[in-house]
Design a binder for this molecule. Structure first.
Ligand code: AKB
Length: 324
C-alpha cells in the first residue's frame, strides 16, 4: 500500500461497509476515509474513522476531499446495480460512467496514485458461453448496468495504456454478506433468503428454481479487493477487469442448504423481471487468470457461507429483540 491515505467512495453500500472496516483494521482507522452521499446504516463506519458526506457527481467536492485527506488510493464503489438500473437507465448510465471519469481523471492529473473500480459478471450476456465463462470471451450485455460496466472496463484499460493510470478491477459475482444489505441487484435473493428463513421460515424467490449464478461470500470478495489493489503493478497485467469465482448455485440448491439448518423452511418461486437478467448471465466463471497473476483463491463454498450467514443473522435478530 502506498504512503498516503485511502478514500472509499460508496462506503454505505454492501461492499463499502465491509471494505472500510477491513481496510481500517489493516492500515489504521485514521488512514481510511469513508465517504457516501447517504449515511451508512452501520454506525462503526461513521464513528470508527473519518467520514465525508460526498456526492460523487460533484467533481469539485471530490477534489476537495482528496486534497484535504492527502488521498493516494481510491476505491470507487458507487454505482447503480442491475435491477435498479433497468428502471432508470439514463440516471444509471450517468452515475456509473460520470463518476468513473471523475476518478480516472484525478489519477490522470496526478492527484491520486491508484484506483480500484469494480466490474461485474454483468459484462457478459446471452451470447457468452454460460459455463466456466473465460476471461476473454463474447461480451454482449443486455442490461444498462452491464453496458456501463463493459464500457467502464474499456475506459480503465484506455486510461492505463494512454495515461499510465494505475487502475485495477474485479468482475464481482453476486455477493453474500451479513453486515450490510445488498442494494438493487439481481443476486440479492441469496442474502434475503437467510433473513426471511430465520424471521418467517419462508421466502418467495424472485428467480426461478434453476437460475444458476456465480456467487461469493463477502469476506472472500473483500480479501480479493484489497489483494489486487495492494500488489505490485507488474502482477496486474489485465487492466480491463479480472474474472473472479467463488461458488455457483441455483435458488433450489441454496434453499436445500438452508433446510439443513431450518428443516421447516419453505421456498416458493415468483420470478419477475430479474429472472431475465439472471438468465443472461453466466452460471459459472473461469478465474484462472486471477489465480495465475495474483494468486487468487476463494475460501468459502455454499456450505460454509450458509453456516456463517445463519449464525450471524441469528445473532443480529436476537440482539435486536433484546434492544427493543
Ligand atoms: C447485481 O446483481 O446487479 C450485482 C452484480 C452481479 O454485479 N450483484
Amino acid at each position: 500500500m502506498a504512503a498516503g491515505n485511502i478514500l472509499v467512495i460508496g462506503a454505505a453500500g454492501q461492499i463499502g461497509v465491509e471494505l472500510v472496516l477491513q481496510l481500517r483494521s489493516q492500515f489504521g482507522a485514521s488512514r481510511v476515509i469513508a465517504s457516501d452521499v447517504r449515511m451508512p446504516s452501520v454506525e462503526e463506519v461513521i464513528q470508527g474513522g473519518p467520514f465525508e458526506n460526498l456526492n460523487i457527481l460533484n467533481d469539485q467536492d471530490l477534489l476537495r476531499v482528496v486534497e484535504k485527506h492527502n488521498i493516494d488510493t481510491v476505491y470507487h464503489l458507487a454505482a447503480m446495480l442491475s435491477a435498479t438500473a433497468e428502471k432508470q437507465p439514463e440516471k444509471a448510465w450517468d452515475l456509473n460512467m460520470t463518476s468513473l471519469f471523475y476518478v480516472l481523471d484525478l489519477a490522470k492529473h496526478g492527484k491520486i496514485k491508484r484506483i480500484f473500480w469494480p466490474s461485474s459478471i454483468a459484462v457478459f450476456g446471452p451470447t457468452t458461453p454460460r459455463h466456466n465463462t473465460p476471461q476473454l470471451t463474447i461480451c454482449e450485455p443486455s442490461t444498462v448496468y452491464g453496458i456501463s460496466k463493459l464500457a467502464g472496463e474499456q475506459w480503465c484499460s484506455y486510461y492505463h495504456e494512454k495515461f499510465g493510470v494505475d487502475v485495477r478491477s474485479i468482475r464481482y459475482p453476486g455477493l453474500i454478506s451479513h453486515k450490510s444489505a445488498p442494494g438493487g441487484g439481481t443476486t440479492d435473493y441469496a442474502v434475503e433468503i437467510f433473513h426471511e428463513a430465520l424471521k418467517h421460515g419462508e421466502y418467495a424467490c424472485f428467480l426461478q428454481a434453476d437460475a444458476e449464478l456465480p456467487m461469493m461470500f463477502m469476506e472472500d470478495a473483500i480479501r480479493a479487493t484489497i489483494e489486487i489493489t495492494d500488489i505490485e503493478a507488474s502482477r496486474v497485467p489485465i487492466r480491463t477487469s479480472y474474472n473472479l469465482a467463488g461458488m455457483s448455485f441455483t435458488p433450489e440448491q441454496i434453499a436445500n442448504e438452508v433446510r439443513k439448518h431450518i428443516p421447516e423452511f419453505r421456498m416458493t418461486y415468483e420470478p419477475d423481471f430479474r429472472q431475465q437478467i439472471a438468465a443472461s448471465w453466466p452460471a459459472s466463471i473461469d478465474d484462472s487468470a486471477a489465480r495465475e497473476h495474483w494468486g487468487w483463491q476463494a475460501n468459502y463454498d455454499l456450505k460454509r457461507t450458509s453456516e456463517v450467514m445463519l449464525q450471524e443473522i441469528r445473532k443480529q435478530i436476537q440482539s435486536s429483540r433484546v434492544t427493543f
